[in-house]
Design a protein around this ligand. Structure first.
Ligand code: HEM
Length: 190
């Protein structure tokens, strides 16, 4: 009896192994997962962390063209990182271990990350240099973009809209900044 169950266990494990290593694509994906996990864990668990830089002041609400967004890729002197998801711009500087230069999701820094997130791709070529209206995405991919947007809204500061070509930026009042600050105070910290 015990033999039969251990035989079926070995059969199950070897079928997973042959599934994982049976095709070069699977081996490639597995390697990407391992590298990403390693980068994330390494970023989190360094035993002697460098002294913490003081947090940047909260950005005033404003809208961005794609070009203006690209200035905030974390490589500037201030180190601020902005990312757009589904037309909304978020300040993700506090997640710099994810999006800072050389970090696992650094490809999204200063960019509209929607298409990369929707297609589960970290390749820079997937992100368009011109405004991306996402109209060719499937409904499932759009659903995934909306879920990412919700996740970013919960975790990071919302700064403003990503402008379509020719669109005029909104004029934000100080009161709008105050209202957002109140709700931001309830946000989770990393
Ligand atoms: C297949 C391999 C992957 C593994 C093993 C992996 C692993 C992880 C882990 C462990 C976290 C949570 C880190 C934490 O909260 O401490 C995370 C977050 C995240 N992952 Fe991945 N990931 C993978 C692929 C991807 C891909 C392909 C994308 C995008 C196209 C992606 C986008 C993200 C984003 C945006 C976050 C959230 C970071 C934040 O909180 O701001 N991941 N991933």
């Amino acid at each position: 009896m015990a033999d039969a169950s251990s035989n079926s266990d070995t059969g199950f494990i070897s079928s997973i192994m042959s599934e994982l290593f049976g095709s070069p694509l699977n081996v490639g994906l597995l390697c990407i997962c391992v590298v990403l996990l390693y980068k994330i864990i390494k970023g989190k668990g360094s035993s002697d962390p460098p002294p913490k830089k003081p947090e940047l002041p909260k950005m005033k609400k404003r809208d961005f063209t794609l070009e203006q967004l690209r200035e905030f890729d974390g490589k500037g002197s201030e180190g601020r990182i902005l990312i757009a998801v589904n037309g909304k711009v978020f300040d993700v500087t506090r997640g710099k271990r994810f999006y800072g230069p050389g970090s696992p999701y650094g490809v999204f820094a200063g960019r509209d990350a929607s298409r990369g997130l929707a297609t589960f791709s970290l390749t820079e070529d997937v992100l368009k240099d011109e405004y991306d209206d996402l109209s060719d995405l499937t409904s499932m991919q759009m659903e995934s973009v909306r879920e990412w947007e919700m996740q970013f809204t919960e975790k990071y500061d919302y700064i403003g809209q990503l402008l379509k070509p020719g669109e005029v930026p909104h004029e934000y009042t100080d009161t709008e900044d105050e209202i957002t600050e109140k709700s931001e105070a309830e946000k989770k910290t990393d």
